[in-house]
Write a protein that binds this ligand. Structure first.
Ligand code: ACO
Length: 334
């Protein structure tokens, strides 16, 4: 939409007063890898992994399941639930760190696969904060008038970025896609995004640069304890800030969906935030592992499908990861 300006002045765009999530969809890698199978590659135990992370099993993509196929499947579900056709999408934002093709972007390939027409399409690299980065941008696009409906997809095949002999990372990561459609709303339904980065800590979680001729695959390297400390202190504060800037008290929250990195991190955040017992808390990591940018929308879909959460409830989401980067906001569930 454009707002007509007085003669001689530039015309600018103007969108809906508010934006909201119109639909959510997910796709999980179909291979189930339990802790016993994981321990065939690393020196660990089912008990240690359960105790330290809460993970019982994780989902990996099979050879036929790619970032494109999983992103498209999740997006189709989200569009269906939003009651929208693919050609009503004005922008596609994909958050991924495991689309192993420098260009074109995965978002363009998804737009092609879904037959979206000619939407704006681009990828973002914000690791486990990517979903909330994407929703924050989509909300701004809708309210500015740059787009009416925006597809936001978080998708990863982290099993392909993981060194299976590295006992400090191998048991954590998983593969899947989660998507939402963000569109216009008559009522406020997406709180302000609280986002940022810790640029000085870019080496805490990283893959080495791709180098032509380097026979070593650039797998994920992580200083797990540092991430753990950061998540349970600074990020817990950011989660509280999400509530504050949305004008909500903890008692007014229905659902908490932190990035599914580690159940102990979730427990620590809960203590920090002093959320009432009535709040539904996602533990999707138990049977999924950490799927980075896909983890929050996948967890959201699971809570809605199981009936543990319902449409219209208020949810706090927060993601954090490689960068280091973080982002969160309060959302009304679709
Ligand atoms: N199995 C068994 N023992 C292990 C394993 C393993 N896989 N890994 C480490 N240990 C041992 C260590 O050797 C150590 O033994 P010691 O006490 O005898 O020296 C002990 O277990 C504790 O090791 P820690 O590294 O301190 O284990 P910790 O409790 O920190 O758990 C974990 C490790 C699960 C990785 C945790 O640090 C964590 O979850 N960090 C956060 C990771 C995260 O959230 N990443 C998110 C971003 S991911 C992204 O952006 C793509």
């Amino acid at each position: 939409m454009t707002a007509t300006a007085p003669a001689g002045m530039l015309t600018t765009s103007q969108g809906a007063q508010y934006a909201r999530l119109l639909g959510v969809g997910g796709y999980r890698g179909s291979r189930v890898v339990d802790n016993d199978e994981m321990c065939t590659w690393i020196d660990s135990s089912d008990e240690w992994i359960r105790q330290r992370t809460g993970i019982v099993e994780r989902r990996w993509a099979t050879e036929d399941e790619t970032p494109l196929s999983m992103a498209a499947a999740a997006a189709r579900k989200a569009l269906d639930r939003a009651g929208l056709a693919a050609d009503q999408v004005d922008a596609v934002i994909c958050s991924t760190v495991s689309h192993f093709q420098q260009t074109p972007s995965l978002a363009v390939l998804v737009a092609d696969e879904l037959d979206c027409g000619t939407p704006a399409a681009f990828d973002i690299s914000a690791a486990c904060a990517g979903f909330s980065y994407g929703v924050g941008m989509a909300e701004s696009l809708v309210r500015s008038g740059a787009a009416i409906n925006v597809l936001v997809i978080g998708v990863e095949t982290l099993s392909r970025l993981t060194d299976l002999s590295d006992r400090s990372t191998a048991f954590l990561f998983s593969d899947g896609a989660g998507a939402v459609v963000v569109g216009p709303s008559d009522t406020p339904a997406i709180g302000p995004v609280v986002w940022g980065s810790e640029p000085g800590d870019h080496e805490v979680i990283q893959t080495r640069p791709w180098e032509v001729g380097n026979p070593e695959f650039p797998y994920i390297e992580m200083e797990g304890q540092k991430v753990f400390r950061w998540a349970t202190t600074a990020i817990a504060d950011k989660a509280r800030e999400c509530l504050r800037v949305a004008g909500l008290e903890p008692e007014q929250l229905d659902v908490f969906i932190p990035h599914q990195a580690n159940n102990r991190i979730t427990d620590s955040m809960l203590r920090h935030l002093k959320l009432p017992e009535s709040v539904t808390v996602s533990r999707d990591i138990t049977h999924m592992g950490n799927s980075s940018a896909a983890s929050i929308p996948l967890a959201m879909e699971a809570l809605l499908e199981s009936g543990e959460a319902t449409s219209g409830q208020t949810a706090l989401v927060i993601g954090f990861g490689a960068g280091l980067v973080f982002a969160g906001q309060v959302l009304v569930l679709p």
